[in-house]
Design a protein around this ligand. Structure first.
Ligand SMILES: Cc1cc2nc3c(=O)[nH]c(=O)nc-3n(C[C@H](O)[C@H](O)[C@H](O)COP(=O)(O)OP(=O)(O)OC[C@H]3O[C@@H](n4cnc5c(N)ncnc54)[C@H](O)[C@@H]3O)c2cc1C
Length: 425
């Protein structure tokens, strides 16, 4: 039967895709012209971007094709490779693909003129007037600063390490724990908990998998229809879903993992259940520490994120016209999704370029429906596309089939590298 959601999704996406494609063609033409007119000069002024993930990289790439002579973009990032977090849940369950979740930075700005881009590897400790200070003591001066430091979450949503090899080790160690565990409880029914529960149960049907969630709706950042679909697929796979439960965990450390022994969950009716592996999939905290001491008023008391205006300029006790924030770290009103960071990068780029040319920034950020769309993996052979329209209508496209490594190849290509040929970078 024809799924009318396909038609609705196409109709909703078509204007956006057309506008995006046309804009990108014009940007590429401009980038070619830019590569001829841009000149590398000694001691250029810096636009510093802290954080090289979905939001930060998009901004760096756009600045590298638009900054005038006399300026350059400096990316400061602590990780050795781009962390492709979308696949961390999958690659923490199945073996042999973990290295693909670390994409080299080497070619993110390929084809851009010499001198327009510099990458500095290191963790920024604090922001000062006109400079960021790394934990090594190194200072990187800025005329304009963009903060794209994202969020911290417990493993497996994010890793505790910054080196590729250590990251692979972290994922492999967890795969071993999953393999060894006869029973697994995932605590938290957001995207990470749902995806992991479905993956573990579909790759290891013999294991007991329980997903525990504090609310009555899974994936509460999305609509009811996605909850119903995820619940149906999980149940068909044989996973147990407990809603409205906030169990206490007897054995608690940073990452409650104990495949050898047992962790006990205590439920509201007083019952206790032991699991070989308990995985907390909750808690997201914006990485605001670098700016906190410089502009304490810029940190939102409600969300803990960096306050920005609709031009994505940081606001606090006063406006900070030379400092921008974007992506998950910014209280922008947009969804906490990679796609939203990309749209915000365009706004920040345009506003920085305007300021450099002594013009009032005019680009305004207004979240669009596509930014909140999600491709949710539901086990080895199933995923769905979901999007909520501004009128509340929910579009859902279930899909059978897929492969173990998900979309990772496409993202390597997007960043100018090949997952097979460039794996040593
Ligand atoms: C499992 C999972 C699946 C997801 N699936 C989707 C999806 O299907 N579609 C979608 O659109 N979104 C998805 N998301 C959400 C998406 O990953 C985030 O919205 C996105 O990563 C946010 O990007 P960001 O650049 O703002 O921040 P982050 O990705 O958090 O990156 C921040 C960067 O800043 C760096 N950094 C932080 N502090 C410092 C410092 N002090 N010094 C130097 N560097 C620093 C970090 O190392 C990191 O590279 C998913 C998230 C998870 C966890």
């Amino acid at each position: 039967m024809f799924n009318t959601d396909i038609l609705r999704l196409l109709l909703a996406a078509l204007p956006l895709i057309t506008r995006f494609a046309l804009t990108r063609v014009l940007q590429k033409i401009h980038a070619v012209h830019h590569s001829y007119v841009y000149r590398s000069v000694p001691n250029p002024k810096n636009v510093v971007v802290v954080g090289g993930s979905f939001a930060g990289i998009c901004l760096v790439r756009r600045l590298a094709e638009t900054l005038p002579t006399g300026w350059r973009v400096v990316l400061v990032e602590r990780n050795s490779h781009i962390h492709y977090v979308f696949n961390f849940p999958r690659f923490s369950v199945i073996k042999g693909h973990e290295q693909k979740a670390f994409i080299p930075y080497d070619r993110v700005v390929r084809g851009r003129p010499e001198g327009v881009f510099k990458r500095v590897r290191g963790r920024v400790e604090r922001v000062e007037e006109g400079a960021v200070v790394l934990e090594t003591g190194e200072r990187v001066e800025w005329e304009y600063l963009a903060v794209a430091t994202g969020c911290s979450q417990p493993f497996p949503a994010r890793l505790g390490t910054t080196e590729k090899e250590e990251g692979c080790e972290e994922l492999r160690a967890f795969q071993d724990r999953v393999t060894a565990a006869g029973s697994v409880a995932l605590v938290g029914g957001g995207a990470v908990g749902v995806e992991m529960a479905a993956d573990i149960k579909s790759y290891f049907p013999e294991k007991r998998v329980v997903l525990v969630h504090s609310r009555e709706q899974l994936l509460p950042r999305f609509g009811k229809r996605l909850h119903e679909h995820a619940l149906k697929v999980l149940t068909e796979l044989g996973a147990e879903v407990r809603l409205g439960e906030r169990p206490t965990v007897e054995k608690k450390d940073d990452n409650v993992v104990d495949a050898a022994g047992q962790s006990t969950l205590r439920f509201k009716n007083g019952t206790e259940e032991g699991f070989h592996l308990v995985v907390p999939c909750t808690g997201q905290r914006a990485n605001v520490d670098i700016i906190e001491s410089f502009i304490p008023d810029a940190i939102s008391k409600t969300t803990g994120e960096i306050k920005v205006d609709d031009k994505l300029q940081v606001t606090g006790d006063k406006p900070y016209p030379n400092i921008f924030a974007l992506g998950d770290v910014a209280e922008s009103g947009g969804p906490k999704m990679g796609r939203a960071g990309a749209f915000q990068a365009e706004i920040v780029c345009q506003n920085i370029i305007s300021r450099i040319h002594d013009q009032e920034p005019g680009a305004i950020y207004r979240p669009n429906e596509a930014e909140g769309a999600i491709k949710l993996t539901l086990g080895q052979d199933e995923h769905c596309m979901y999007m909520q329209m501004s009128n509340g209508q929910e579009l859902l496209l279930p899909h059978k089939g897929g492969n173990d490594e998900l979309d990772v190849r496409r993202f390597w290509r997007e960043f100018g590298v090949d997952v097979d040929k460039d794996s040593e970078l």
